[in-house]
Design a protein around this ligand. Structure first.
Ligand code: SF4
Length: 218
């Protein structure tokens, strides 16, 4: 499946190489909104404050105002400020570079112990900022891998991180993340997947058996 996706879409390495704290904040901002809105909010935040310490210490309403374009801005401001303060308390400064020295499991545990940080956000930080082989299971990855039959349709998204990571060779993960998202956006869409023009048809449970009711969204 990895090979078929690479043949079709290419062997992509993400161009995103933000420092880890920036990646963490951007990923929190991108929760339940578009990449464009999240990026706009991130840039507004960087323009308003000169450091992450300044963001951590600012009045919550000011931070919320700066990130208004990301939606749910009060909740996200609280998540960002709490996470930044927690990083400072536990690391001595707002710096996540020491995650590079931790085992993958320790790094994941550290990140997911922060307020508002789940397995997907942790995986994005580890994949993009540290090039560690962790697969972020976003809505597209979750839907496509369930339809293909790689994971059971009843498995939660949190559990899907563990199952998929155990079955995918680490060297595939970079391109797989990019290619599954692309496939989910343009071919294996939530509504009306284009199965009749899909190059994965022959190996797809959904196409061969059909399970349209249970794996529509995700
Ligand atoms: S065959 Fe259909 S359901 Fe299966 S991966 Fe392709 S588009 Fe998705």
């Amino acid at each position: 499946m990895c090979d078929l996706l690479v043949l079709h879409y290419g062997d992509h390495i993400s161009a995103r190489t933000l420092p880890p704290v920036d990646e963490l904040v951007l990923t929190i901002l991108s929760q339940n909104t578009t990449d464009t809105n999240a990026r706009r909010a991130f840039e507004a935040l960087k323009a308003r404050y000169s450091s992450w310490d300044d963001v951590a210490g600012a009045p919550p309403s000011d931070v919320a105002d700066a990130i208004r374009s990301s939606g749910a801005f009060r909740v996200k401001a609280k998540r960002i400020q709490t996470a930044l303060r927690e990083i400072r308390r536990r690391m001595g400064s707002i710096d996540l570079s020491s995650l590079a020295e931790m085992s993958l499991e320790e790094a994941k545990q550290f990140l997911t112990s922060l307020h508002g940080v789940g397995p997907k956000t942790a995986a994005i930080v580890l994949l993009f900022s540290f090039h560690r082989p962790v697969l972020p299971v976003d809505t597209h990855v979750y839907r496509v891998t369930r339809r293909l039959g790689l994971i059971d349709s009843r498995v939660s998204r949190e559990k899907a991180h563990i199952i998929l990571e155990g079955m995918i060779p680490p060297e595939c993960i970079f391109s797989l993340n990019h290619n599954l998202v692309r496939h989910g956006r343009f071919v294996c869409r939530a509504r009306s997947p284009k199965c009749d023009e899909c190059f994965l048809f022959e190996i797809c449970d959904y196409a061969l058996v059909g399970d349209a009711g249970s794996i529509r969204q995700g």
